[in-house]
Design a protein. Structure first.
Length: 443
């Protein structure tokens, strides 16, 4: 065996498991929720953390900004945009909050936020808070459709909501939508939605929590007004790390980070009254996000290592995305066949053009009236009962959630999984649903 053969990375599938840190027997079929990173990238993070602890002040004040700029350059190249347009925040929800809390709403009370009925729950809570805090200056308008629906009909409903807002004398100020929504896990026509926003003169805010490393992205072509994406999910960085993209045309809107950082420059300050490393070479936007208080920002500077690992060990972006997408599609169908149900998809199969699959569970149980079950001396929801049973009895975790008055689960395709994992998941879910029926009868 040659030296090259000895050091060649394993093929995608179960051979990749040894490059991660899963417990023996644990099947990580829910990569989408929190992600996980290869041991080699976490080793890079630990090495950087040791440098930080060896010389805390020099590292934070002088070494870290240089490494951060290198990381920003790497992710900018990955996304096809200028380095001046990207910074890091801790997660996608923080990026969404940063945009919505920086917008100055008009005093006439006509501003509206256009959002989807499948908006991520934390982002939905954010829009509720923003409306409350604005004291009536902004409200939300929700785009509702009956899933599954074809992309053209979804886009038409989105445009109709914007136009209805204007007909009613409102100002559709900004629209928030996902690349791949969470529960249910399905790819949205975010490219077309972004184009509609541009045509209609509405700001586009893309929640790409499931974005970078998951679907093909070229932000220069997409040209959104704001975009944020978790790197710790599908790009394989340690938690927590998200890239936040704001084109230069919109950077003046983002006055403050959350919380306000030492890099904030009040409007009354002279443009010459700026301090810090390379202040003259960096924009106010970039300096604002460079040091947002003392946080564990080591994950921010592991992005170059993650991108390189994906290229050299994973085989490159196309190979990874093709494998994970195909596995999620085929695996989802297999699970649905075993359960005797179906995958949530439309006729053109655009929902499943991603690395997640949402499968209907054979549960005849109302989702509108709350039902609880006993669990270790307390009562828990149906979702929690099923999820905790999966953990304790089967060494796995799958999200279980109600949607459109039915119960569903979501599975992720990833480079350390194979079809046999999905076959196992299908039979496991059959047993789980039988246990649930028995538990409901007993309770």
């Amino acid at each position: 065996m040659t030296r090259t053969q000895e050091t060649a990375p394993p093929p995608l599938g179960h051979g990749m498991r040894k490059l991660f840190s899963f417990a023996p027997g644990y099947r990580n079929l829910n990569h989408g929720s929190y992600g996980t990173s290869p041991s080699a990238i976490r080793k890079r993070a630990e090495d950087l953390r040791l440098e930080w602890e060896a010389r805390p002040c020099p590292f934070i004040k002088y070494d870290f900004p240089v490494l951060l700029d290198e990381s920003r350059a790497a992710v900018a190249d990955f996304l096809g945009v200028p380095v001046s347009t990207v910074v890091y925040v801790v997660n996608a929800t923080t990026g969404v909050n940063t945009v919505l809390r920086n917008l100055v709403w008009n005093t006439d009370g006509n501003d509206e936020i256009i959002q989807l009925d499948v908006i991520y729950s934390a982002c939905g809570s954010t829009t509720k808070y923003v409306c409350e805090a604005s004291e009536g200056r902004v409200r939300t308008r929700e785009v509702r459709v009956d899933y599954p629906v074809e992309d053209k009909d979804f886009v038409a409903a989105f445009r109709a909501a914007i136009q209805a807002s204007r007909r009613e004398g409102r100002n559709p100020r900004i629209a928030i939508f996902d690349t791949v929504c969470s529960n249910p896990g399905l790819r949205l026509p975010f490219e077309a939605l972004t184009a509609v926003c541009r045509e209609e003169g509405v700001l586009s805010l893309i929640d790409g929590a499931h974005g970078i490393g998951h679907v093909e992205l070229n932000l220069a072509q997409l040209n959104p007004d704001f975009f944020v994406s978790n790197c710790h999910k599908w790009l394989f960085t340690p938690r927590s790390c998200a890239v936040f993209y704001v084109p230069e045309r919109n950077q003046a809107m983002i006055r403050s980070t959350l919380p306000t950082s030492i890099g904030f420059v009040p409007r009354s300050a002279s443009s010459d009254d700026q301090s810090g490393t390379n202040a003259a070479e960096k924009s106010e936007f970039v300096r604002n996000f460079e040091f947002v208080g003392t946080l564990d920002t080591i994950p921010f500077i592991t992005v170059p290592a993650a991108i390189e690992w994906r290229r050299t060990v994973g085989g490159g972006e196309k190979k990874i995305l093709d494998y994970c997408t195909q596995l999620a599609q085929d695996g989802g169908k297999l699970v649905a066949d075993i359960l005797g149900t179906r995958v949530l998809d439309n006729k053109t199969n655009t929902y499943t053009d991603c690395c997640m699959s949402t499968v209907l569970l054979p549960i005849e149980l109302s989702t509108s009236s709350p039902v609880t079950l006993p669990w270790k001396g307390r009562r828990v929801s149906v979702s929690d009962w099923m999820q905790q049973t999966l953990i304790e009895d089967y060494q796995t975790y799958l999200p279980v959630f109600p949607f459109q008055e039915r119960w569903w689960t979501r599975l992720s395709g990833q480079i350390y999984l194979e079809m046999s994992d999905f076959e196992w998941a299908g039979h496991t879910l059959v047993e789980l649903c039988a246990k649930l029926k028995e538990a409901l009868h007993e309770s």
